[in-house]
Ligand binder design. Sequence first.
Ligand code: GDP
Length: 513
Amino acid sequence: IFKEVEDKEEDLEARPPVVVVMGHVDHGKTSLLDAIRSTHVTTREAGGITQHIGASTVTLNGKKITFLDTPGHEAFTAMRMRGAQVTDIAILVVAADDGVMPQTIEAINHARAAGVEIIVAINKMDKQGANPDRVKQELADQGLLVEDWGGDTICVPVSAVKGEGLDNLLEMVLLVAEMNNYKANPNCKARGTIVEAQLDKGRGPVATVLVQRGTLKVGDPIVAGCAYGRIRAMVDDKGRQVKKAGPSTPVEILGLSEVPVAGDMFYVANSDKQARQAADKVKAQGRLQILGQSQQKVSLDDLYNQIQEGQMKELNLIVKADVQGSVEAVKQSLERLSNEEVRIRIIHGAVGAITESDLMLASASGAIIIGFNVRPDTATKAIADREEVDIRLYRVIYNAIEDIKSAMKGMLDPEFVEKVTGHIEVRQTFKVSGVGTVAGGYVLDGKVGRHSGVRIVRDGIVVYEGKLASLKRFKDDVKEVNTGYECGLMFERFNDIKEGDIAEAFIMEEVPR
Ligand code: GDP
């Protein structure tokens, strides 16, 4: 699942395996999942109504297994494309009467590429034409040699319709899980993956998440790509309200600001504000990328790590002063400058001149040296220049504070905010063969620029966010079009524009810090 290097071995606890069912169409993926779910939900759990939340847990001999409910490799591939590695084990369903088919091979390749364990379920064993040996031969041709033929691929004959072989299959899943010793730290802020998400009329954005590390709790501030919010309620796959969810547990969550993208990671932030800021950053980065203004791509993993550390950035300082009272006073006033984005760390504070040892420490830790009523001698100054250590000398605390404040600002990445510049109503559309759909628009307010970003919202859902491919007045390309004028528009990689759509034009502006 995730690189869990941050966790110490003693913090790790066994977690249920996460399983996906793959295979050729009509080989019985859905039937198998349904059969497993209906026979292996314990009576205590069965009190609730099984609810489709995109993933479910079943129990065998007191041990849990988590299934991703979307059969087939489309969901799996979509998630992997977004970098999500959620699955441990793939159950490859092959119909005993049909054998290995093109999508079976595709599934094998996907599972292999993702490095997940494959367990073969030869399904439809109840059928007349069932020929498990032929299936085994065809699997061998794909490089999957089953155990009874001397290989190490576990293969279980089942019948989803008759409910036969299911216990055996699940036992094999638990065996593979035991061999692989799947573990996670349940005692930290949660992170995981969005499995499914949609907008619910009554409840707002709803997402099914799979917790992969830590424990997710009601009330946690979370961020998932552009979406953020405080978890208002959680429902498990049995339809029960729950207050918390540990590793490998799927839950449906409420309280997000918008619908997140399946396959995106989510993580718990330290505060509501931090969750919102992280989401804003992701959102701004996405839009900057659309507009070709982006310098670097934001990595959710980096953001997560920064958030786990509590603050975004650290500024290390070494304080040297003439008397102990000044060392303390300078330390305290500088430490108080720490905020959510930059933390001030005084890594060393002492009375006396700035020495070579101070320089070495500064150089090793990237610290700035603050000298208060002290100065380095000529030799030390020369070393500082060579080692490129920043020494700043002050006689007044106020000056030191102002200086460090601006150094902190300088450490921050530039912040961009979106500015909506106008709206265009689409009044006509024309399909031009080989070109795409051209929209005839009318600028309702503000203006639209040739290089503006544009988005189209239908019933509260953003159906498109991208860039204009062209902007014309009559036959001419133009730089911008103002309120009250008509124009011809084309959208980059989007031809589903409809009469009545309102396109919102936006730009990204850098905000001064
Ligand atoms: P999927 O496309 O892989 O999800 O396949 P489905 O679960 O929809 O099953 C396709 C068809 O095969 C359905 O008509 C099922 O009733 C049938 N089927 C599935 N499992 C079995 C089985 O074990 N035995 C028999 N005889 N038919 C099965």
